[in-house]
Write a protein that binds this ligand. Structure first.
Ligand SMILES: *Cc1c(COP(=O)(O)O)cnc(C)c1O
Length: 369
């Protein structure tokens, strides 16, 4: 096994999915499992599906292809609003997509007619996070135009919060979503199957029992994969936070001063790091760096260790408190934030290792997507 590697514990992902699905199900809400941070890893999707998610969502067409080719037969939802230029591919590989532009809906309609399919769409409304979606005042005109398009069927109204602007889902904005979905259904002339208002930031609201009963779909990534809600990143009860761990190897172990020697200019990244005088420390160099991961999002499982910094290929650690227990060649595990996991998953330098290992299938040699 080469280092560094990222372990992905499928049993923990499945158990996390089962817990989160049960929590949402108690409020009548179905969960779409979101795999984008794993680049649409089919084994991760299958673990989520065993845990009870009803469909898989991902933001990239390439990942949806990977899921299908990897044997995932559940419905696939494209989460990132489609590119106009990709309409035909969207219809061919996604069962449902999130949308906000009439020109794109027209192209999806033409592509669906050409392919003899009906493509389902969820219209996205922007309730203040200011990422994707039509503003509420533009919703009815869009839905009215959509009604005239053959080949596409509106199946829901959605919103996405806490992603760009950090807007917290609330009783108010979720109530607004439900009211808008009633308006949209009237304009469309048909009931809508989904009110799709939540991601992992919605767990606190769910727990407080403050969701309108009409809310019936959540699109969940982080809470299943890393076991956290995403408003304050609180561990979610009954889930594991260590389904993914990064493992890196100690290359060098030496006592060194805590402050660099000589005149200090910029570092390799144009930054001017500061160093506190702490005397001589035992430092470890590990074989993972900024080309592999976002080091600020790593937490060593051994609480005695701390990260001093990173260059493109090295992680520099202060391991003084664990002197005697650490040797060159040791492989140290780290928990990851969502951002760090994203970088590790997309780095071709980080091997992906599935757990539990069954003969021969543990190593995923596929490079970065
Ligand atoms: C990524 C994404 C999600 C999942 O968000 P989590 O915070 O990981 O649960 C849901 N909806 C959309 C549109 C997304 O892009």
């Amino acid at each position: 096994m080469s280092t560094p590697y990222l372990s992905m514990d499928l049993a923990k992902i499945e158990a996390n999915a089962r817990r989160v699905v049960a929590d949402f199900a108690a409020h009548g809400i179905a969960v779409a499992g979101v795999t984008k941070v794993t680049c649409g890893h089919p084994a991760v999707a299958q673990a989520m599906l065993r845990g009870g998610v009803s469909m898989i969502g991902d933001s990239r067409l390439r990942n949806l292809h990977r899921l299908r080719e990897g044997g995932v037969t559940a419905p696939l939802m494209l989460l990132r609003v489609p590119a106009l230029s990709a309409a035909a591919e969207v219809v061919a590989c996604a069962d449902v997509s999130l949308n906000s532009e009439l020109a794109v809906l027209e192209a999806l309609s033409a592509a669906a007619l050409a392919q003899g399919r009906v493509h389902e769409v969820i219209v996205m409304v922007d309730l203040g996070d200011l990422r994707e979606g039509v503003m509420p005042t533009e919703l009815v005109p869009l839905v009215t135009a959509l009604k005239a398009l053959a080949g596409v069927r509106m199946v829901g109204l959605g919103t996405n919060l806490a992603c760009f602007g950090g807007v917290v889902p609330s009783r108010e904005n979720m109530g607004q979503l439900v009211a808008l979905s009633d308006e949209a259904a009237r304009a469309y002339g048909q009931p809508l199957r989904w009110v799709s208002g939540l991601n992992s930031s919605g767990l606190a609201l769910l727990e407080a029992g403050h969701l309108p009963p009409a809310m019936n779909q959540a699109r969940i990534g982080e809470a299943i994969l890393l076991g956290r809600e995403t408003i304050i990143r609180r561990p979610w009860p009954g889930t594991a936070q260590d389904a993914f761990l990064l493992h890196a190897e100690v290359l060098e172990l030496k006592r060194k001063p805590s402050v660099p020697i000589g005149t200090l200019g910029e570092d390799a990244f144009g930054e001017r790091p500061r160093f506190a005088e702490r005397g001589e420390r035992l430092r470890a160099l590990l074989n993972v760096g900024r080309e592999d991961v976002e080091h600020a999002g790593l937490t060593p499982l051994d609480e005695r260790l701390s990260i001093v910094g990173a260059s493109s290929g090295y992680l520099v650690m202060d391991v003084s408190a664990a002197a005697g227990d650490i040797r060159v060649g040791d492989v140290l595990p780290f928990a990851l934030t969502y951002g760090a996991l994203l970088r590790a998953m997309t780095s071709e330098y980080v091997e992906k290792r599935l757990l539990p290992l069954s003969a021969g299938d543990g190593v995923d040699t596929r490079g970065a997507p």
